[in-house]
Design a protein around this ligand. Sequence first.
Ligand code: CA
Ligand code: CA
Length: 729
Amino acid sequence: MQVTGRRLAGNSNEVEEARPGKGTDDGVLTQQLGQTHSRLMSSLRKKRRGMLQMKAEQSSKEKQPQGLQNSQEEGVKMNKKLLVDVDCGVDDAQAIMLALGDPSVQILGITCVHGNTTVENVCKNVLRVLQACRKLEIPVFKGADKPILGTSISVGNFHGQDGLGDAPDASAPGLDLLQRENAVSALIRIVDENPGEVSLVAMGPLTNLALAVRMDPSLPGKLKGLYIMGGNTESRGNASVCAEFNFAADPEAAFVVLNDYQCPTHLSCWEFTCYSQLPWEFCDAWLGQDSDKARFMTKIFHHSMEEAKNESLQDVCLGCTGFISCDSYAMAAAVDESFITETDRYPVSVELTGTHTRGMMIVDTSGFLKKTHKASIMKKLKGCFQPTVLGCILSGTTFVLLSLQHLAGFRMMKKLLVDVDCGVDDAQAIMLALATPKVELLGITCVHGNTAVENVCKNTLRVLQACNKLEIPVFKGADRPILGNRLNAGTFHGKDGLGDAPDPNMPGLDQLQKESAVSAIIRIVNENPGEVSLVATAPLTNLALAVRMDPSLPGKLKGLYIMGGNTESRGNTSVCGEFNFTADPEAAYIVLNDYQCPTYLACWEFTCYNKLPWEFCDAWLEQKTHKARFMAKIFRHSIEASKTERFEREFIAGSGLISCDSYAMAAAVDDSFVIESDQFPVSVELVGTHTRGMMIVDTLGLLNKTHKAFIIKKVDMAKFKKMMMAALK
Ligand SMILES: [Ca+2]
Ligand SMILES: [Ca+2]
């Protein structure tokens, strides 16, 4: 299995090896790059150097009149009926040419929609592409010139003003070649004439498709399949912070299509196309072919190629340094079912509100939307290199070796202040810290979250009692979020947060400090300027209040370690919201924006990808110690809950022990624990029907923030197991 090296640890050899095309000969290259490449290649009607026989055959074919050529397509029956909806930019052109390069494909029509450029330009561009392929007999229809609501979004200049690289074309066909019928009517009519046979491939904003299903609700039922380039799966945007262009250009249309097209739906999303990039070496060979089509493509692609090679675009393309022909993946999947080898199947929808999230696709892994229809989300394609798990890898190109940064201060005693909503995983994190040598716990502050703040205080005292550390001061903090009511945490950790296990020797609340948690945070940090690492494993209400009371607080922290937020729009509390952030979105917003100190985030998806096997959990709890018996007692309830289907869905990437809060704690107590991080500005979505509380990662730099958080990506799991074991010794 090849994985893009960028996403692995900084091993430069692996990086080089994993990038197809580097130092490989043509044969290996072609084989390695697999089907996308060969399809793109054959779409330009000429094989690679060395395949002389085919070359001769090819050129003799190209000299023949068009009608004769069609009938001679190696006797292959044109049995795949496609309808193609485009906003014809350069990648739409590539996708159309890819389809035309397959003799078994019959394109019944091409419908045009606003998007990369005006719908008039889109029509012109489609005709130019068909002319270059000598396929002007394919009917072209003009469709919607703007989204269902509002006006067209600004497109930028990636494909040039005219969508095809602003390359002059004196012989461009006239718009009189367009059909008179409107694109939406044509979609309905053509599908009606070929019931059950048509695959609809949508590579632009989905306005035409949405209008069509409102005009004829029976349309989706008559489709063979729907293939869409659009949307995103990990909240990475290319049109706004969180939205992909085709969905952002008409969010209402995308919503209608994802909810009303109950046919087999295949999604080629933005991140997938980034991870499936082709190397520039391939691009050179592809364009270097001796054919009219290759010359046409070279001309129209020149402008976007220059743009794509611009370094500032690499973060936008999730660190991609190659060539992304977005629309071609959806088309390749429609042309050849075997092209996609792995998919995720989930209900999907579109966020319609949100400051940063309007137009973002939402993936309902946990079943919050109560939808039965599931879309196939493309994950892996034949022959191309791919990350092993969709999204197991965060975007970005910044590798940060935290260990090097802090090596100097490693021998010093570490001073920690911990803010908890003491559920079972907070208990595990506290016990991990208490078991680590050279760590001094200056205090534990409590906040609402997993349970009421009174229970949180009790639970914290119980944990300290089990560890014989009742001398550590415990402070009671906020009992509700800054706005609104306390979120119902469900019963994953039991009603009391510690598995509802009876404890007759429970310490009383009289052991709490009189000082409030927020004052205590400010006082303790001020008494130890530059020395305290603040670890927050709960809703961030106390921290937000503290910075409003003392704006100088963050500047006096050594570091801030947070368990919370998410990086790929996967929620565990709402469709897109992680619990700690969703329980107080305003607090999370304040903390991510106002704590300008070194900030380390252990986010929800990261904790899911780094879960421990249940076998480890068994051995861990079987240790013959008082602490292990205590943990076994309070943990029983959550272990059983973890193994139910509901939570296995929520816990991305399989079953296992996720001690969420312990990762943030481990990072705080041991600087060598974190091996790799991404560094990006982050914030929190405060509105949004599904996205309120979702963390947003600003890979595009649209937030104009200078402060960047370290988003933990890879940690030393062997070390983690050791620390966890020691916690119960
Ligand atoms: Ca497109
Ligand atoms: Ca917690």
